[in-house]
Design a binder for this molecule. Structure first.
Ligand SMILES: *Cc1c(COP(=O)(O)O)cnc(C)c1O
Length: 412
């Protein structure tokens, strides 16, 4: 275990609000799938800013786009049209499933969920929602209503408005069918649950959700905040299911690392929201837009979806080959991978970081989640797998100090 003596760590721990379990290191630089700390130590990054750095940290095209745009124009509200914003909207709609050609721009995944909620209410005139057990939708009071895990909601009591939200077992078609009444505005589903333990939906479940929502006049909204932008081996996970939703929430990897969010929807949904019905100051700012244009073009040019599919299959096969009585299952889609253990994953995640120089994150207490930049090399994957094999073999959870175990629990 590294004992850090750092003025930066001291200052960050001292002045931060305290909601994060801080790791005992200070990052200063990253490139591709490698992160360096202030002592010069390097780490293979399977966190990627919680699934943001899909095209690699500091992709040269994104860096150039940000520099160029910063010199021209950084901020401009959405009532004042802007060339980069128009270019970004064109680029984004060009990669979205056909039919989704209207976009509300914002700055984070949570804001995208908030927008989805409002647009669904105005589009349908209904207020009830269906979300999924183990689902994660963000931390604002509105998005929290769709988040299943009660530890996120309970401290805020009735301020979380989830009287109108019912939770259905992810994958249970009969339960979903029974829950969708003609009072439901929208069903919200992550095509692969991230925070909930890296669980891909079945084809039948997503297709049934499409059918039932259509039959009842409700919207199908896919939360592609984590699965979008090549993570699962397609530009969007919905392409694996052959389904076009009425709306899709987007954020994380969309602008190569810069804060951004969006709710993409059909014209039928967008047209029911009156002008002035929603808005945000920073949404669609030219700096994020320029980064987004560069990021989406890089994804297409470098066939990142294909890379994620191929490297993900390789990574999962290697992880499955690890012989350990501690492993229950390896599952995932593309480069969104979870290794579920039969015991708590935190001590192993801590050991990966401290002893092996590999950054990974938890998803539920039992799962080690890997969300590396898609540019990760096969050699780096081999190193990660060797490190996982080693910590599973050598770590004795009882010997890891409890504060260190705690710190790995912080996910998105
Ligand atoms: C990260 C995430 C969110 C929340 O996004 P923020 O940018 O953290 O607000 C919502 N839904 C899913 C599926 C996510 O992975």
């Amino acid at each position: 275990m590294t004992v850090t003596n750092s003025k930066w760590l001291d200052a960050e721990v001292r002045y931060d609000s305290g909601v994060y379990h801080k790791h005992q290191m200070v990052t200063v630089r990253a490139q591709g799938a490698t992160v360096w700390d202030e002592t010069g130590r390097s780490y293979i990054d399977c966190v990627a800013g919680y699934g943001v750095a899909n095209i690699g940290h500091s992709h040269p095209d994104v860096v150039r786009a940000i520099k160029d745009q910063a010199e021209k124009l950084i901020v401009m509200p959405q009532t004042l049209p802007n060339d980069k914003r128009a270019e970004f909207l064109q680029e984004l709609v060009g990669v979205l499933p056909s039919g989704l050609d209207r976009v509300f721009l914002c700055n984070s995944g949570t804001e995208a969920m908030e927008a989805a909620k409002k647009f669904a209410i105005t589009a349908t005139g209904r207020k009830k929602f269906i979300s999924m057990k183990r689902g994660f939708a963000g931390r604002s009071l509105g998005a929290l209503a769709f988040t299943w895990e009660s530890k996120y909601r309970e401290p805020f009591g009735e301020a979380v408005d989830n009287k109108n939200v019912s939770f259905v077992t992810y994958g249970n078609i009969e339960e979903l069918k029974a829950a969708i009444t003609d009072e439901v505005a929208a069903v919200i589903i992550e095509p692969v649950q991230g925070e909930g333990g890296v669980r891909p939906a079945s084809l039948e479940f997503i297709q049934a959700a499409r059918q039932f929502t259509q039959d009842k006049g409700a919207l199908l909204i896919l939360d592609e905040i984590q699965t979008g932008f090549c993570r699962t081996g397609k530009m969007f996970a919905t392409e694996h299911f052959g389904v076009t939703p009425d709306g899709m929430t987007l954020a994380k990897a969309m602008a190569g690392g810069v804060p951004i969010g969006a709710f993409a929807m059909t014209g039928a949904v967008a047209d029911r929201m009156p002008a002035g019905g929603h808005g945000t100051t920073f949404g669609g700012n030219p700096l994020s837009m320029a980064a987004g244009v560069a990021a989406i073009r890089a994804m297409k040019r470098e066939n990142m979806a294909e890379q994620a599919r191929e490297k993900g299959a390789y990574f999962m096969e290697k992880l499955r080959a690890i012989e350990s009585p501690k492993v229950r299952e390896v599952r995932g889609m593309g480069l969104m991978i979870g290794m579920e253990l039969k015991e708590k994953s935190a001590p192993y995640i801590t050991a990966l970081e401290h002893d092996e120089g590999v950054l990974a994150l938890a998803a539920t207490p039992l799962v080690i989640r890997f969300l590396p930049p898609i540019t990760i090399s096969k050699e780096q994957i081999d190193q990660v797998v060797a490190a996982v094999e080693k910590v599973l073999r050598t770590v004795n959870p009882r010997e890891v100090p409890s504060t260190e175990v705690q710190e790995s629990k912080q996910t998105e």
